[in-house]
Design a protein. Structure first.
Length: 382
């Protein structure tokens, strides 16, 4: 099979009629090479370095066979100039030489040559080396073309996502903010308030999807423009808890929120410096993961407080133990464990968002039978 593939590659190279430039001051050597290669390739000939450089700039070949020992400008200098010019630097150069010293070969490779052919020529060796390096060049050109096409697709995708992000974010901002203004009125029925809550939650879900699609790429690249404000984590956690109510109910998992050592009440608030939508997406991923890995009838506890350095410390604890062999990969991209259909992006994206906001998430599995995620975020100055 491998021999068949090699034959296909060589036939593709031959059928393309690629051009080989032979640079040598010895006519008999040129005649031998032309006779050996002329049936398979277009041949150009130069008998000195300056002539070779003129041909290169007028009609760049696909490969150069370059003699080292030539009067005036030797092959080393010709190669040095070829590689110094960005328009010719990618052309493979094979040195033709009667030199046998190792240092001579090292010098050639240092200058950018890809191979050597030793004089007097062996016809089969010449054909094999030329065909091999032309095949490599053709393969590299195809790879570069594919990379250019992929880069163009990636740019188009990012442009489309940016347009989508920009066009949808405005109206969704109204969908999210207006329910809070309407809820401030006292003339609404309980049913109307419930509908407004559903509208607001749906808006957050849509914004979460939009931000993740474009934001994660920018966060990975380190170019995300953070719009930091004061964010009430208690309010965000409650919204996430409401969104995940159906999942908690299906697994019979309870949720307890503690702030500064006391159960959070209706007026409890705990502010950090960050971006509300990132906090919402991050905590949604973390809480969903904690619920899914809790035993049926279990409890997820979220405790808010300050650490010794004055940062917010959020500890999310559930009774599902993380296996020791998975702990090192817990935040890795695409890493999943014990969950059918998981993407492995939840905890990865959560850590990415935390770091984007100047924080960090770590895994605390020191207590047997439990998993605790520790989130630290900047707090406003007292």
């Amino acid at each position: 099979m491998r021999n068949d593939w090699n034959e296909v590659v060589m036939e593709m190279v031959r059928s393309a009629r690629q051009t080989v430039l032979i640079v040598d001051d010895v006519e008999t050597d040129i005649d031998t090479l032309v006779e050996t290669l002329g049936d398979d390739y277009e041949i150009a000939v130069a008998m000195d370095g300056p002539s070779a450089l003129d041909i290169l700039h007028a009609q760049p070949p696909d490969l150069i066979l370059l003699d080292i020992l030539m009067p005036g400008m030797d092959g080393y200098e010709v190669c040095r100039r070829i590689k110094a010019d960005r328009t010719t630097a990618a052309i493979p150069v094979i040195f033709l030489t009667a030199l046998t010293e190792i240092q001579d070969k090292v010098t050639g490779f240092t200058l950018g040559a890809v191979d050597y052919i030793t004089k007097p020529f062996d016809i089969l060796e010449v054909k094999a080396r030329v065909a091999t390096h032309l095949a490599l060049k053709a393969a590299m050109e195809r790879l570069e073309q594919q990379n250019r096409e992929l880069a163009a697709v990636a740019r188009l995708r990012e442009d489309v996502e940016h347009i989508t992000h920009h066009d949808l974010k405005g109206p969704l901002g109204a969908i999210i903010s207006l329910p809070q203004l309407i809820l401030a009125e006292d003339n609404l029925s309980p049913e109307q308030r419930e509908y407004l809550d559903i509208i607001e939650q749906s808006g957050y879900k849509m914004l979460n999807i939009i931000n993740l699609s474009l934001g994660m790429l920018k966060m990975e690249q380190g170019v995300y423009a953070l719009s930091a404000t004061l964010v009430d984590l208690v309010r965000v956690i409650r919204k996430v808890g409401e969104e995940l109510h159906a999942l908690r109910q299906a697994r019979n998992v309870g949720l307890a929120l503690v702030c500064d050592g006391e159960p959070a009440g209706p007026t409890t608030a705990f502010s950090i410096i960050g971006e509300e939508l990132l906090c919402y997406s991050m905590l949604s991923n973390l809480l969903k993961n904690a619920i899914e890995h809790s035993p049926l009838g279990g409890m997820v506890t979220i405790a808010l407080g300050d650490d010794a350095s004055g940062h917010c410390e959020l500890r999310m604890r559930n009774l599902g133990e993380t296996p020791p062999e998975f702990r090192e990969r817990f935040f890795d991209k695409y890493a999943t464990h014990g969950k059918t259909g998981g993407t492995g992006l939840g905890t990865y994206s959560a850590r990415l968002m935390a770091r984007t906001m100047g924080g960090e998430i770590t895994l605390d599995a020191s207590v047997p039978g439990e998993t605790t995620l520790v989130l630290r975020l900047p707090r406003p100055a007292a």
